[in-house]
Design a protein around this ligand. Structure first.
Ligand SMILES: Cc1cc2nc3c(=O)[nH]c(=O)nc-3n(C[C@H](O)[C@H](O)[C@H](O)COP(=O)(O)OP(=O)(O)OC[C@H]3O[C@@H](n4cnc5c(N)ncnc54)[C@H](O)[C@@H]3O)c2cc1C
Length: 447
């Protein structure tokens, strides 16, 4: 198939953000009575869903301590809810089940959810929390739990099914997706800083607007645009930190317990919400009773027919390799270096058994195939959504992004000249200005 020489809108990356952006862009052109064909192209060096979007657990939640993240997620949940079938979305809800150290933070989240009209209930106290959980699962046995935030919206979607649904949607609107084409660099205009040409391994493409949704590969695009590898960050106390790496990698640890997914239906046979537990109760091995940790730990899980069992994960770990030396390819389960560890399997299954009696003794059912993958994080672990070089929009989601289906829509609106208030708290300048997002007591870099 011939590679076009000129396209108005070049979108790089056929992941959730690239496709979502192209969806809204195409719809906007159609709404204005204009043609789409030949004007929007999505380029991917591999193919649809070959990055983080193809391996994501798929959880969609609002539970964030940061007000700007909550408002953004509420917008994205609206987009998921616009077509559950086409997007393979299961609106089962989400539960944040926490120990005392997190109760105040989670109560704040609940109160602010009420303010923005995001439906949830909040249960407080050890007995009340246990009773609430036993109302769903009679074998619930997690310890040190003193609050439950039950979000009635959100849930999860099936990664590749959703991505193929999304790509079918955009192709129907006239967007062209080209796989197997690698972007190698950019040529800027001689009179301005704008990018006039996208250089690929299949030839040059001139264009007017570029959107980069490159997931873990954002580091490489940042270099192609000569953006600073190290930056100055003013923290929430006003302290200045110089020469902070712009990017860092974390390994996301996820896996599947190959029991029938029905094993996690509620006692009355319904789909449960996605469950997320954080506790400071000591975690003991379900294999030999040894102590796994006495620090705070957390897991999340759901029954999943797409993964074929109970699927979920735990806290990620920091990749200590210097950022420029991290090998992103081959990505995900194909990586020889970055896949979920044996320790993860032991910890996660023991944690499942800590929460539900039904999972005691199930370690042999943990699937042994490689899983998980790396994510690229910013200095404060929250996204950067911003325009660079006048016409290049970068969507760097700091690995929060499967749930953020709506971000591409907001980006498309900005590309068409309409500034979006929901994106304002995520500009690159926040690091220098000290306008960082508040930090919670959760053990995750993303809550
Ligand atoms: C194991 C795991 C589980 C996760 N679970 C969740 C979850 O439950 N909920 C949630 O909200 N988020 C989750 N995330 C995060 C989420 O998956 C990502 O934030 C999101 O998918 C990133 O989407 P993207 O479109 O930016 O990038 P990607 O999906 O990574 O797509 C980027 C695309 O860019 C292409 N590309 C790269 N370089 C080039 C180049 N030079 N030229 C052309 N194309 C190129 C790649 O081939 C790739 O297809 C998870 C992440 C991981 C790793």
């Amino acid at each position: 198939m011939a590679i076009p020489e000129h396209v108005e809108f070049v979108i790089i990356g056929a992941g959730i953000h690239g496709l979502s952006t192209s969806w809204r862009l195409a719809q906007k052109l159609i709404d204005k009575g204009e043609e789409v064909d030949g004007r929007i192209v999505v380029l991917d060096k591999s193919g649809i869903a070959s990055g983080a979007s193809g391996i994501a657990c798929g959880v969609v939640r609002n539970n964030y301590f940061q007000p700007a993240m909550r408002r953004l997620m509420a917008h994205s949940v609206d987009v998921w809810e616009s077509d559950p079938e086409g997007l393979s979305y299961h609106p089962v809800g989400y539960m944040q089940i926490s120990c005392e150290a997190m109760r105040e933070d989670v109560r704040t989240i609940f109160e602010q959810q009420q303010e923005i009209g995001y439906e949830s209930v909040f249960i407080e106290g050890e007995n009340a929390s246990t009773n609430y959980m036993r109302g769903m699962f009679e074998d619930w046995q997690a310890k040190n739990i003193t609050s439950v935030l039950h979000e009635k919206r959100g849930g999860y979607s099936n990664n590749t099914k959703a991505m193929y649904g999304l790509s079918a949607k955009v192709e129907k609107l006239g967007v062209r997706i080209i796989s197997g084409i690698e972007v190698k660099g950019f040529v800027t205009d001689s009179t301005s800083n704008a990018v006039s040409t996208v250089v690929t391994d299949k030839g040059d493409i001139t264009c007017e607007q570029i959107v980069i949704g490159a997931g873990p590969w954002v580091r490489d695009f940042w270099s192609m645009l000569d953006l600073p590898k190290q930056i100055t960050v003013k923290d929430l106390d006003g302290e200045i930190h110089k020469n902070v790496d712009m990017w860092r990698y974390w390994q996301l640890e996820e896996g599947v317990l190959t029991v029938p997914p029905e094993a996690l239906l509620t006692d009355d046979g319904k789909m449960p919400p996605v469950i997320h537990v954080d506790t400071d109760a000591p975690l003991y091995s379900d294999v030999d009773g040894s102590v796994i940790t006495e620090e705070m730990w957390g897991i999340y899980y759901k029954p999943d027919w797409h993964f074929g069992g109970v699927q979920g994960g735990a806290s990620p770990y920091k990749v200590n390799t210097p950022v420029d030396e991290v090998a992103i390819d081959p990505y995900g389960p194909s990586s020889p270096e970055f896949v979920s560890s044996q320790e993860f399997a032991h910890m996660w299954v023991s944690a499942l058994a800590h929460c539900h009696k039904r999972f005691e003794g199930t370690m042999p059912k943990y699937h042994r195939e490689p899983s998980g993958g790396i994510g690229c994080f910013t200095p404060d672990s929250f996204p950067v959504f911003d325009k660079f070089n006048e016409n290049v929009f970068i969507i760097a989601d700091s690995n929060h992004g499967w749930k953020m289906l709506g971000v591409g829509h907001l980006v498309a609106d900005e590309v068409m000249g309409e500034n979006q208030e929901l994106l304002e708290p995520f500009r690159f300048s926040r690091f220098e200005k000290g306008e960082l997002h508040p930090v919670s007591n959760s053990p995750y870099p993303w809550s």
